[in-house]
Design a protein around this ligand. Structure first.
Ligand SMILES: [Zn+2]
Length: 188
């Protein structure tokens, strides 16, 4: 019995370290491990070199529905689901693996920025677990996207197929900035 609890403790510490390295907030660690708050704070300081940020997680389901976060959240959640269903990963293993895969994919894109942090990704899984979210299938590309639970989605079109007009503006502005910096590099 004593040996088993030592093994559990080691497992919890390994999990906590991995989560802290990926950017998890204290609340994630407190929920997912049996380690005391004091030990988690010490561990956090040791891994990151700073104290964990204070306060509760402010996330609501709405954030996951806004345009760019929705595309990132949907990418992450589809990977998470396939790890759970096809690879039979357990929950935390799937969250960590899916997050790493998501992060890798985004890092390979030009101007790629991981809009979805690990804590938010974990929150999203919890929202699905408490039936606050559903996946809606896009009528145009057949991709599955994160949506509020009980949304009427028979004519749902995703944010990639139908980006808001400001998304185009942002893209054009980014393109202009890129061309400008290239010109400056040539002339400079
Ligand atoms: Zn679509």
């Amino acid at each position: 019995m004593a040996d088993k609890s030592v093994i559990n403790e080691v497992r919890d510490i390994q999990l906590a370290i991995e989560l802290i390295e990926l950017g998890a907030r204290l609340q994630v660690l407190e929920t997912e491990t049996d380690l005391s708050r004091g030990r988690l704070i010490r561990l956090y300081k040791e891994v990151r070199g700073v104290s964990p940020p204070k306060g509760m997680l402010p996330f609501s389901t709405d954030w996951f529905i806004t345009w760019l976060p929705n595309i990132h959240s949907s990418l992450f959640y589809n990977v998470y689901l396939s790890l759970r269903q096809r690879e039979k990963c357990d929950r935390m293993e799937a969250i960590i693996k899916a997050y790493r895969l998501y992060f890798e994919q985004i890092s390979m894109l030009e101007d790629g920025e991981a809009v979805l942090g690990l804590t938010r990704a974990w929150t999203l899984v919890r929202f699905f677990e408490s039936d606050m979210m559903q996946l809606s299938t896009c009528n145009s590309c057949s991709g599955r996207f994160v949506n509020h639970a009980q949304s009427l989605d028979h004519d749902f079109v995703c944010g990639i197929c139908q980006p808001p007009s400001r998304a185009g503006k942002t893209r054009r502005a980014a393109e202009r900035a890129r061309l400008k910096s290239e010109r400056e590099q040539v002339t400079g």
